[in-house]
Design a protein around this ligand. Structure first.
Ligand code: HEM
Ligand code: HEM
Length: 249
């Protein structure tokens, strides 16, 4: 929770926008790009899985995008900016219970980064999407289409992983619904616009003490990490034995 002193509300320099108006930066550019790209890519995965097996290329492409985004975000949680790091927002059960009771009493505390309850959802979304991506890579549809890593596991194991892939998506869809409803509820209960913050990267100065704001987005580091993630996925896919549905040939 932030503690704001009156001096925090002063503009940084004459002529600079007042912090209460401009806000203080908490989400770096990579976090924001990953979030909104993930929304688009997950939607594309769902739609492409529904419109028919002939659109599998689209499913594969959007699935690769989800794989890269989730892998990137998990690693960014270790080396990213302050509020992107898991160590700075994942809290124990006591903090989660405290926040829940504050919510029930109608006195929600403001947080510069994710709040303790929101952090649980962030972890659940990232972990379930990671499992979804990995099971997809090994999956097959028993007719025409195979994931690029199918050759490493063969039919039987691939079908088991495909069953997980199909079943898990329902849980992911449920989690996304709860995620969005929680953000809307937060808006109504605490009047805090988290969506705008995830878009602009900034929260009002009364939610973020000056020393909690981030400076740079560490874009070079993010770019290097992105290249490493894409190169690793490409290497894994290229090294896998050629996928072919052995029992359906
Ligand atoms: C496919 C759908 C979605 C997925 C997979 C998803 C996933 C996530 C993840 C992983 C985070 C953590 C961000 C980070 O720390 O990097 C997050 C945060 C957030 N998401 Fe989503 N999201 C989805 C849809 C949406 C939608 C539709 C909205 C808008 C209503 C939204 C608004 C937000 C906001 C405001 C946060 C920041 C919450 C906070 O301040 O603690 N998300 N989302
Ligand atoms: C590169 C990664 C991925 C690959 C290779 C892949 C592969 C597949 C395959 C082979 C199927 C066909 C299963 C069948 O109809 O029998 C499938 C279905 C499906 N996939 Fe993926 N997938 C990937 C990523 C994802 C992701 C990230 C999501 C969602 C976040 C997703 C959501 C779905 C859904 C909803 C279905 C339909 C399940 C059903 O028919 O009930 N996939 N995927």
């Amino acid at each position: 929770m932030s503690s704001i002193t009156p001096a925090d509300d002063a503009p940084a320099s004459p002529g600079a926008p007042h912090p209460a108006v401009a806000g203080r930066r908490v989400w770096d550019l990579p976090v924001r790009i990953v979030h909104w790209s993930l929304v688009a890519a997950v939607l594309a995965c769902y739609v492409s899985s529904r419109i028919g097996p002939e659109y599998f290329r689209l499913h594969l492409a959007s699935g690769y995008v989800v794989t890269v985004l989730v892998a990137f975000r998990l690693l960014w949680g270790l080396v990213g900016t302050r509020h992107a790091r898991f160590a700075n927002f994942v809290r124990g059960p006591r903090a989660v219970l405290r926040q829940a009771s504050q919510l029930l009493r109608g006195q929600p505390a403001r947080h510069a980064g994710h709040n303790p309850l929101g952090a649980l959802m962030v972890l659940a979304l990232l972990a379930s999407l990671a499992v979804q991506a990995v099971t997809g890579l090994f999956g097959n549809d028993e007719i025409f289409n195979v994931g690029p890593l199918y050759g490493w596991v063969g039919d039987e194991r691939s079908l088991e992983l495909t069953a997980i892939h199909k079943g898990l998506f329902n849980w992911i869809a449920g989690a996304i619904l709860i995620h969005v409803l929680a953000i809307l509820a937060h808006r109504l209960l605490s009047r805090e616009n988290l969506v705008r913050a995830m878009w602009t990267g900034r929260k009002p100065a009364d939610a973020v003490a000056r020393d909690e704001a981030i400076g740079s987005s560490r874009l070079w580091r993010a770019l290097l990490l992105l290249v490493i993630v894409i190169a690793t996925l490409a290497a894994v896919v290229l090294l896998a034995p050629a996928p072919a549905l052995s029992s359906y040939e």
